[in-house]
Design a protein around this ligand. Structure first.
Ligand code: PLP
Length: 401
């Protein structure tokens, strides 16, 4: 018995985990298999080749790790760095904070560059630190591409440009958990050394796969990095890649078939079309927020996120009440404000397996909730602003023209 049953579909608008496509659900609905049979290595080989496309890399080496985004962080750090290494890490919200906490607990010497929550990474400070670092004591730059807590997208090409301008050899480690497959990510062009994501975000799979991609420079660094690692050791993966069996330990057969189906759907739509769809969803959401007379937590247009919008509520409203009501009254799941912005923002996740009409449903729900709790919103105002934009911008569905 499902005591929280509600009729119709839950409107899942948290910024991950996201909706899973029917095709992916069906692909995963299967028995276990012997992962040492010829079938799974063949499937894995193709997955490793294809997964490189979502990072836009040809030279990277991918790892499909049974873990979450947090484990993918650990894999990136422990394979490339040694305890005591100086790294620069940007603190702009809850997820960058958690990554920094992990970096400190792994005993790196973390030089934290903090911004007000709602702002992006402070690249002026990065520039001054790189300029001062003539003996190259900085071993890595760690940055969250899209800070899911505040809806802030950092400019990675600007980070790469600074590293190049100062001719600095630091590794460039990027959390793409809430960006990859939704916001354009150019691993090779930006010279990213380790990029990572989690399966439950824009890939629209269940939680459980950490997908990490390492540049040749990162693979080279892993040969001398002294951080203790066992489960996450790339060396073990590479050994099994060479042998053609691919798995140093038991993979989730169901997730591998799910990943195959998820990639097939993304390639069928076209990765750049997927990215354009997210851009429309993000823009439509921001137009609705503006029409409601509310503020986006993101403080400047340069950092707006196409996967999550953190909406600031007036001081007399508790944003957690918005989220509670959404679920209890409208079968709508929104994201809570986290840590410093708890009670102050609620988040609309608009990523993964989602289309424009679904978003309009969410926006109409948010309007009713705002009215419920005493915010003077005109019902339909945000939906109208979003719909006017979408009606002008939604292309024909390529496979139905
Ligand atoms: N990084 C970002 C940007 C995230 O949004 C999250 C989770 O939401 C994580 C890392 C942690 O991922 P996980 O919860 O899968 O460990």
């Amino acid at each position: 018995m499902d005591y929280t049953y509600a009729p119709g579909r839950n409107h899942l608008f948290v910024p991950g985990p996201v909706n899973i496509p029917e095709q992916v659900l069906r692909a995963m609905n299967r028995n276990n298999e012997d992962y040492r049979s010829p079938a799974i290595p063949a499937l894995t080989k193709n997955l490793l080749e294809d997964v490189k496309k979502i990072f836009k890399t040809t030279s990277g080496t991918p790892f499909l790790i049974p873990t979450t985004g947090t484990g993918a962080w650990e894999s990136a750090l422990t394979n490339t760095l040694s305890p005591g290494d100086r790294i620069i890490s940007f603190l702009i919200g809850q997820f960058s904070l958690l990554w920094i906490d992990q970096q400190q607990r792994l005993n790196f010497d973390v030089d934290v560059v903090e911004s007000e929550w709602g702002r992006g990474a402070n690249l002026d400070i990065l520039a001054s630190k790189l300029a001062a670092d003539r003996n190259h004591s900085i071993k890595a730059i760690c940055i969250v591409h899209n800070e899911t807590a505040t809806g802030v997208t950092n400019n990675l090409s600007a980070v790469r440009k600074l590293l190049d301008d100062y001719n600095h050899p630091a590794l460039f480690l990027v959390d793409g958990v809430s960006s990859i497959c939704a916001i354009d990510f150019l691993m090779d062009e930006w010279g990213v050394d380790v990029a990572l994501t989690g399966s439950q975000k824009a890939l629209s799979l269940p939680t459980g796969l950490g997908i990490v991609c390492a540049s040749p420079k990162a693979i080279e660094a892993s040969k001398t990095a002294k951080s203790v690692r066992v489960f996450f050791d790339w060396k073990d993966y590479l050994k099994f890649y060479k042998m053609g069996t691919y798995w140093p330990y038991t993979p989730s057969i169901q997730l591998l078939y799910g990943l195959r189906a998820a990639l097939d759907l993304i390639f069928e739509e076209g990765l750049d079309n997927v990215i354009a769809r997210h851009s429309r969803l993000g823009k439509a959401t921001r137009l609705a927020v503006e029409a409601w007379g509310l503020k986006n937590c993101t403080q400047s247009e340069e950092w707006v996120s196409d996967t999550v919008t953190a909406v600031v509520v007036p001081p007399y409203i508790d944003s957690a009440e918005v989220v509670r009501r959404a679920w209890k009254r409208y079968n709508l799941s929104l994201g809570l404000g986290l840590n410093k912005v708890a009670g102050k923002v609620f988040r609309i996740g608009h990523l993964g397996h989602l289309n424009e009409l679904q978003l309009l449903g969410c926006l109409s729900g948010v309007e009713m909730i705002l009215k419920d709790i005493g915010y003077p919103v005109k019902l339909g105002s945000g939906v109208a602003a979003a719909a006017a934009y979408l009606q002008n911008n939604i292309p024909m569905i390529p496979s139905r023209i």
